[in-house]
Design a protein around this ligand. Sequence first.
Ligand SMILES: C[S@@+](CC[C@H](N)C(=O)[O-])C[C@H]1O[C@@H](n2cnc3c(N)ncnc32)[C@H](O)[C@@H]1O
Length: 312
Amino acid sequence: MQLPLKCQEKVSRLYAELKQGELSKVQKNLTYKYKNETGESKSLIDSKADSLLYAISRMPATYAVIYTLLSQLLEQGLISGIESVLDVGSGTGAGYFAIKEFDDDTQIALFERDENMIKVFETLTDNEVSVQKLDIVRDRLETKADLVMTSYVLSEMKEQDRLNSVLKLLESANKYLLIIDTGTPRTYENMMTVKRFVQEKGYNVIAPCMSKKCGLKNDYCQFYARVERSALMRQAKQSELSYEDEKYFYLLISKENAEICGKRVIRRPIIKPNNVELMLCSGDGASRENFTKKNKELFKQAKKAKINDLIK
Ligand SMILES: C[S@@+](CC[C@H](N)C(=O)[O-])C[C@H]1O[C@@H](n2cnc3c(N)ncnc32)[C@H](O)[C@@H]1O
């Protein structure tokens, strides 16, 4: 999965705006901030160079996650009838570019706190799309949309800010709120707190969890999307690997009543010639199941299964 070609070309041009030798310094500084200062509601990306680096080295991965996840949720029928989308903490536009790939006519409203991120996004869209300046913690969100999404934003916040923001986002959602974030144990824990919080308020968490309580014990859940690395990304990351698997976790909260059938694949499938082992989340909790040729239909289904798929 790669950014749409037009967007890739524009991102490449941004590289020229970084001063010679600045890339690795900015990369080190940003990595440090994300490791040590996240979860405190601080502005981690707070310079033009940080925003340029974000577009070059992080946006291809966040785009791949959003695109892959939306494809699966649409295919599984968990989201439908989306005419308008609201993306909060829209950054350099990963959500915008992903939504546009599905339907160019969807109305998208973008909200972002940081001026530099807004400027980079405006460059990438030739100033044709505008972003509204908003801090979801401090400001009121007055707009509504069928799908409200926020990606890689909430884990940067303190818990109380995160929960208050989730409530604001839910109030703005006509149908669904989709929260996407990093695939770390810490994010997972934060998201389980969000899950309990919204359930207590009467909302339905319809994915990825298939049960009200988490069935995992002393473990956590993460998904991944494969990202092809461009030459520029390899340079920015100082690595020769041609792809990376971007790990993430998400919560899809629905305002509508939904009965979800099946079991969700929550680990990479282990495929052997005569046996497929899947870790599955169901209404009964999480368990490992083996599929063999004894049941041809199920074996065929299990062989094709990918992480985050729903199977019968
Ligand atoms: C890691 S970036 C993610 C950008 C984009 N959503 C993506 O998936 O690539 C986090 C973004 O959230 C924005 N952000 C953080 N806290 C925010 C807040 N309280 N209100 C609005 N935007 C916020 C940051 O400025 C930054 O652009």
